[in-house]
Design a protein around this ligand. Sequence first.
Ligand code: FES
Length: 129
Amino acid sequence: MPIYSEKVMEYFMNPRNVGEIDNPDGVGEVGNPVCGDMMTFYIKVKDKRLEDVKFKTFGCGAAIAVSSMVSEMAKGKTLDEAKKITPELVAKELDGLPKNKFHCSNLGAQALSKAIDSYLKKQAKGGKK
Ligand code: FES
């Protein structure tokens, strides 16, 4: 059983921004083939900023804490700023993750980035906004 920081435990027990967004502007889903965990991020964009960020995670405690932290870090940021959220930054904000749980923090940043990409793709195709 890995030793989690208090912050990881807190974010795991009281996850922020859990759920789905109706009619999202972007969706990003990633899975980890090794552990089988899945994470989906939903975003709402307004004036190039992330107005809302929600997620659903089927995964370990670290994955839930990570998604929760990523959603909080990303909310209100511009798309460019949000793209710069790295797994290292997320782990740092959580006061560290056990080494064997570091892959879980990759998932969070990846899922958010995928959601932003899906929004940008829609834009390029001449979607709304
Ligand atoms: Fe798979 Fe954490 S063990 S995401």
